[in-house]
Design a binder for this molecule. Structure first.
Ligand SMILES: *Cc1c(COP(=O)(O)O)cnc(C)c1O
Length: 397
């Protein structure tokens, strides 16, 4: 035991030496633009609760009602006896919202990515990722055993080169099952806040007969005329084989989802191990997510989303006046990139001293040497909050 702990202490020291040590902070309040951290109030610019639904009365009421009717736990995995009414209601709401034939919910977005990719691909297949996709997609790509190729962020030329290579390779591979190629990208990138050229990617994957999976974690509830995501805005929803997302960001609850054809969902129920071998999500989480989806589609959802856009305009104006150079703020994720890990961390500390919580994002979440402050806005922020952030930033940098 002593040897074990000494070894880990030594590894942690190395992490510390690189300025990469991380710690948990206890939040003593609900998600909101104002949070309490270790007993002290902060103005919060770090949450993914983009529409302010995590603590919304409708979602809370739905969760409470589900607990009263279906209990706190779900008792078993979905395929044993854990498939409760709230799960089916959620999946029906998801499919209707996204305009797909069918939907499947998972206990998290992470589980959705890992379960789905590993169900679809094996060692004879090829998986092609944008360089900046989320860790859960990278992990899934490694775990599924397919040949992994990465293209530079949003680089369509490199994507096409890899697709061409994969196609040539397929024609020489012999076997019973035809090898497949899957392209995976995010629609809004989680640490950069920029957008994938979805239309062009769809055209490329079609030209080369590949499949496409799009992770809409940071776009669901925010983009498109019905706020279904960037695929809706780019008008390519019906040309994407696998639409993935989380219920834990703009939708205000917890869990992950896959939307697509009925046969895709039937296949995942049979083959997605993170779905099969895991206890079903608790009824409260699924019911809250259903309420979140309904809210996003309501006029209140439209107002919240419009408000967020307005606030982003304010923030961009202020940042550009302060010497930043944002052509557009494409999403509610605003990265202020400083490079050095130590610099980003010390700025975050200075902001905290002034009562603002903006997280420093470092390796391994982003590449080494591209550390940043990741500012996120939510519909619940006010223009005064933004003014306070801009003032504190000017003072700290
Ligand atoms: C948050 C996130 C996930 C994981 O979703 P969870 O529900 O939090 O597990 C997946 N992909 C992206 C891009 C994310 O930002």
């Amino acid at each position: 035991m002593k040897d074990f702990n000494d070894e880990l202490r030594c590894r942690l020291d190395q992490i510390r030496d690189q300025g990469l040590y991380r710690e948990l902070r206890q939040v003593d309040s609900p998600q909101s633009p104002r949070i309490e951290l270790n007993g002290k109030p902060f103005l919060n610019f770090s949450s993914n609760d983009y529409l302010g639904l995590a603590n919304h009365p409708d979602l809370k009421a739905a969760a409470i009602k589900a607990i009263e009717k279906f209990g706190a736990g779900s008792g078993a995995s979905r395929l044993i006896c854990g498939s409760l009414t709230p799960h089916f209601e959620l999946e029906a709401a998801l499919a209707a919202f996204k305009g797909t034939e069918s939907a499947l919910s998972f206990s998290s977005g992470y589980a959705a990515a890992v379960g789905t990719i590993c169900a679809l691909l094996g060692k004879d297949d090829v998986i092609i990722l944008d360089k900046l996709v989320h860790a859960c997609i990278v992990d899934a790509a490694r775990l599924c055993g397919a040949k992994l190729r990465v293209f530079a962020h949003n680089d369509l030329n490199e994507l096409e080169e890899i697709l061409r290579w994969a196609n040539e390779r397929i024609s020489v591979v012999s076997g019973t099952q035809r090898p497949r190629t899957l392209v995976v990208t995010e629609s809004v990138f989680s640490m950069d806040g920029d957008l994938a050229p979805l239309r062009e990617i769809v055209e490329l994957k079609e030209r080369y007969g590949a499949w496409l999976m799009v992770d809409e974690a940071h776009a669901t509830g925010l983009f498109g005329p019905n706020r279904r995501g960037l695929a809706e805005e780019a008008m390519v929803s019906d040309r994407i084989e696998i639409q993935m997302g989380t219920l834990g960001k703009a939708l205000g609850a917890s869990g992950g989802y896959i939307c697509g054809s009925k046969v895709l969902i039937d296949y995942l129920v049979n083959r997605a191990r993170s779905f099969i071998f895991s206890t079903a999500p608790v009824p409260a989480a699924s019911a809250a997510a259903t309420a979140g989806i309904q809210l996003v589609q309501s006029s209140e959802g439209a107002e919240r989303s419009a408000r967020l856009r307005q606030l982003l305009g304010r923030l961009m104006e202020g940042l550009n006046k302060a010497g930043w150079n944002f052509e557009a703020l494409s999403s509610s994720i605003v990265p202020l990139i400083f490079g050095e890990e130590v610099k980003a961390v010390s700025l975050a500390t200075k902001l905290r001293e002034q009562g603002l919580f903006v997280p420093a994002i470092r390796y391994p979440t982003v590449a080494r040497g591209s550390a940043r402050l990741r500012v996120t806005l939510t519909a619940g922020h006010t223009t005064e909050d933004i003014a306070q952030l801009l003032k504190a930033l000017a003072f700290s940098i």
